[in-house]
Design a protein around this ligand. Sequence first.
Ligand SMILES: [Zn+2]
Ligand SMILES: [Zn+2]
Length: 350
Amino acid sequence: MKAAVLYGDDDLRYEEVAEPEVKAGQVKVRVKACGVCGSDIPRALSGGAHYYPIILGHEFSGYVAEVGEGVTSVKEGDHVVGVPLVPCLECADCLRGNFSQCKNYTFIGSRDPGAYSDYVVMPEKNVVKIDESIPFTAAAMFEPCTVSLHGLRVSGYKGGGTVAVLGCGTIGLFALEWARIMGAKKIVAFDISDEQLATAKRVGADEVVNTLEEGFEEKALSYTDSGRGFDYVFETAGSVPTIKMTFSLAANKATVCFIGTPTKDITFSKGLWEQINRKELTVRGSWMSGGTAPFPGDDWSLVAHYTASGEMIIDDGFIYKKFKMQDASKAFEDFKQPGKVKGRVMLVND
Ligand SMILES: [Zn+2]
Ligand SMILES: [Zn+2]
């Protein structure tokens, strides 16, 4: 089979590799689409890979090409998405259903061979069957969609209230869609790109705020009841300015949730940090996805359900550019200019 193999920084080669064999309990997926995640950028461009050569790609969809002995939940031809996390299912965290906290995990596309390839093999448990009406490129965004849902669920969000979503990348857009689906009273989306804010509006933001504008904070607070701030603040960018914004935008007694992976060291003024005390904020972190056990958790089946029903909108507006798998190396070009890529870069197999 063919795969885009990473040999070193900015050295991606589309070449012939051995096709993985299916063992008992495993499923071989013919990859149709695979997203380039933000976490793949340091892996591909700046020494962030676990080893070389490696096949990246953990946000993927396709159809079942072959099933190993004993596999019963899917059959050849089924449309599926892959769950990249492969937890041990035996440690104390796994037994509690906290799979994303497993310490003995492996991960398709960072530790195990990923989906920048024709085929990828995984345990049966890592395959989620999807409705055939869902385009493969949309299904390849299920993974970030579960990450966003997880953030809302661990924050105890159950609808109502005013919701701020900081950052309108893929995770942010999905976070605001979940807030809409779960019944937010008002959703305000924040970003530095008017283009991303337009997408945010299209998929459910009631108001949008460009944080490069002077006085943006006042404007944002004016969208909340008597300017008291937001009941829920979801940080999805992981950037220093958005992380700092969270505490100022939060209302008294609000919940602040950090979903975005931080990109740099951060220092807080004591005044800013003190807002956690004064406002009696609930501060939550969220990591990957999960939900109610068994593995992979119902975050995945909820994404599959709401996408099939059309309530979760995952359309081409989320895609920045599409490339054929053989052009995978070109897919990383635009990432060399920070801030240029808006939305997902998608790799597709014919
Ligand atoms: Zn990812
Ligand atoms: Zn475990």
